[in-house]
Ligand binder design. Structure first.
Ligand SMILES: Cc1ncc(COP(=O)(O)O)c(C=O)c1O
Length: 392
């Protein structure tokens, strides 16, 4: 008696106390008709905004043509998407899956195969960074550099070493003949929008080159135009061997992809890895349209400009509230404010004023709006943030 429908869903999320029913551009509406400016965007997923007309059109057309067959057959949308991903990146080949965790899982398996084949079965270790987040499967939780996600799930998958980000000495110490790969988010998203230094990335690249290991970038959150280039690695001095994508690739239609150079991907052969839904025509036709739109130079230039505009606005807030705001950081349209103290009520306060943001680690407000956000909408966020920070 009296069971609420919300009790029927596993209690794995602390949710905002609202039910969203509709979205358009950078806005979503709840079931009471309240409108919210969405700086969450499905956690860096809906980069073209909600219900983008071209995306909805492709989705409907493909739904009326062919939704799913199987990777036992070739599918035109999958080939088209692979061609686009390869054309716009360093990669030669793509493995398709359905989520970020699956794309990282595929990268982990590829690195192990690569290590086994190149240097023998004792070469299976993957060096990861503290503070990182790579997903919720057992292997990706093991790769993740935050204990909070691992508690109670032990024993974890062995073979992951965790070193402090940007600590070159620790990287050199951790690297050995057992190292199959290094896994890095070029900007740690969930970890609080923390940038990895060029020097650290260069050292990782040179160790991987010298000792035949794979440099793997997890761009699940920061890829697909989020930082102002199609891929975040383009703004670093290095090019990885493997890259993981998901989130914004499908603008909300679930899809993941693990991209690699042929010298690595050749160690996957029929039967070594697979996914029933991975690369299905529905998701691939949408993702191909997403890339076509996001990869346009004018689109990416606008992301950079709007990112700088948002960053500048946040810095002004830091100057206004030096006792409260410790740091502002980000690149492109992934930005964060770190407070000195926990701000547990801030998301609720902002929500009540019609703005949605993400709170990480108690004191970091993360903003990952749709990339189509306008400067006027950024101004609106800044105004509400200022009023709210003033009152806390
Ligand atoms: C960098 C990174 N990798 C992997 C994942 C896992 O993606 P998914 O939730 O789609 O499995 C996330 C999710 O937030 C992420 O930010």
């Amino acid at each position: 008696m009296g069971t609420s429908l919300t009790d029927l869903v596993a209690n794995t999320y602390s949710r905002f106390p609202i039910t969203l029913v509709r979205g358009q551009g950078a806005y979503v509406w709840d079931d009471r008709g309240n409108k919210y400016l969405d700086f969450v965007a499905g956690i860096a997923v809906c980069s073209l905004g909600h219900c983008h007309p071209e995306i909805s059109k492709v989705l409907c057309e493909q739904a009326n043509r062919l939704i799913h067959v199987s990777n036992l057959f070739w599918m035109e949308p999958q080939l088209k998407l692979a061609e686009l991903l390869v054309k716009h990146s360093f990669a030669d080949q793509v493995f398709f899956c359905n989520s970020g965790a699956e794309s990282v899982e595929a990268a982990i398996k590829l690195a192990r195969r690569y290590g086994h084949n190149k240097k023998g079965p004792e070469c299976y270790e993957i060096i990861c960074l503290k503070g990182s987040f790579h997903g919720r499967t057992l292997a990706t939780v093991s790769a993740t550099g935050q204990d909070i996600f691992k508690k109670g799930f032990e024993p974890l998958v062995p073979g992951f070493l965790h070193i402090p980000p940007n600590d070159i000495d620790s990287l050199r110490l951790a690297f050995s003949r057992r190292t199959a790969g290094i896994l890095i988010e070029p900007i740690q998203g969930e970890g609080g929008v923390r940038l990895i230094s060029d020097e650290f990335l260069q050292e990782a690249r040179s160790l991987c080159d010298k000792f035949e290991a794979l440099l793997m970038f997890d761009e699940v959150q920061v890829g697909m135009g989020r930082t102002g280039t199609l891929f975040a690695y383009e703004q670093t001095p290095v090019v990885p061997d493997v890259m993981c994508l998901a989130k914004a690739l499908g603008n909300g239609v679930p899809i993941g992809a693990m991209l690699a150079k042929k010298d690595a991907m050749k160690y996957f052969s029929p039967g070594s890895h697979a996914s029933t839904f991975g690369g299905n025509p529905l998701a691939c036709s949408v993702a191909a349209k997403v890339i076509e739109i996001i990869s346009q130079p004018v689109f990416l230039k606008a992301v950079k400009e709007k990112g700088e505009y948002l960053n500048k606005g946040l810095f002004c807030l830091k100057e206004k509230f030096p006792q409260k705001i410790k740091e502002v950081r980000g690149r492109g349209l992934i930005q964060a404010i770190e407070f000195y103290h926990d701000v547990p009520d801030i998301t609720k306060m902002l929500m009540e004023q019609g703005v949605l943001v993400i709170l990480s680690h108690g004191k970091i407000v993360r903003m990952v709006p749709p990339l189509i956000i306008s400067k006027e909408e950024i101004d609106k966020l800044l105004k509400v943030l200022e009023r709210t920070i003033n009152s806390i």
